[in-house]
Design a protein around this ligand. Structure first.
Ligand code: NDP
Length: 238
């Protein structure tokens, strides 16, 4: 994968940070994007130059396009887009936290679409490229308090699968669906009931590096192999 270039969104913590580190360790140039740039600078410093920080809010369509265009302008290529940025402020629907629903839709669905809109023209122009979407086990099953979050992840799964079906040969598409992983994701939950449910649910979380390993596996396959989906979850998660 040496000389290949990856853009990883949501790389300031958790799974995205582990993916950025892992792809860099595998020899890729990695542009690590998120809003908390100070975190990205630390990540870049630790990487010895393999990782570059990039301030990015994925809900801003123009900013996502600029970020992708900048990567291509500066490196001459974009091989992999890892659409990982996500939020999970869980709550029951009857809690009526409509602003939080909107935020999940904006980041988890629109953020992914902005990435596809920005990267696909480059992939089509070169006839190659790889979209890796970090969806969730919540793209396969719904649970109470997670209706909207799961809705966004079902959508992410469907959009990614749609791209796989439409894309010409040469463009690869992978969905990574993690189970419970140690990260800051549950910190976005404001609803006390959902927070309590999650504390129990997240007891057996696995390391984000296990998800990064799955991404590295998908990315590292020969160009004619599409790893369509990998589900990675704790053994104890039923
Ligand atoms: P974290 O909260 O640790 O990381 C989320 C990342 O998304 C952060 O880097 C955050 O960066 C970024 N982010 C949030 N909003 C935006 C935004 N508007 N623009 C750009 N970046 C944004 O959680 P995880 O690492 O767990 O989450 C990563 C992905 O994995 C998410 O899509 C999540 O849904 C998915 N996932 C996680 C699971 C888990 O158990 N941890 C299970 C299944 C799926 P910043 O705030 O600096 O912008």
């Amino acid at each position: 994968m040496t000389d290949s270039v990856a853009l990883v969104t949501g790389a300031s913590s958790g799974i995205g940070r582990a993916i950025a580190r892992r792809l860099a360790a595998d020899g890729m140039r990695v542009v690590a994007a998120a809003r908390r740039v100070e975190r990205l600078h630390e990540l870049a410093e630790d990487s010895g130059g393999a990782i570059e920080p990039r301030a990015l809010d994925v809900t801003d369509r123009d900013a996502v396009r600029s970020a992708v265009d900048d990567v291509v302008a500066r490196h001459g290529r974009l091989d992999v887009l890892v659409a990982n940025a996500g939020v999970m402020p869980l709550s029951r629907l009857d809690a009526g936290l409509v602003d939080e629903w909107d935020r999940m839709i904006d980041v988890n669905i629109r953020g992914l679409l902005h990435g596809i809109a920005a990267a696909l023209p480059h992939f089509l122009a070169t006839g190659s490229g790889h979209l890796v979407t970090v969806a969730s086990i919540g793209a396969h099953a719904v649970s109470p308090t997670a209706a909207v979050y799961c809705g966004t992840k079902y959508a992410a799964w469907a959009i990614t699968e749609g791209l796989r079906l439409e894309a010409p040969p040469g463009i690869r598409v992978t969905t990574i669906s993690p189970g419970v992983v140690r990260s800051e994701l549950a910190d976005t939950i404001s609803d006390p009931h959902a927070k309590a449910v999650m504390t129990e649910y997240r007891k057996h979380a696995i390391a984000p590096e296990s998800v990064a390993e799955a991404v590295a596996y998908a990315v590292g396959q020969p160009p004619d192999v599409d790893v369509t989906e990998i589900i990675v979850r704790p053994v104890q998660q039923r």
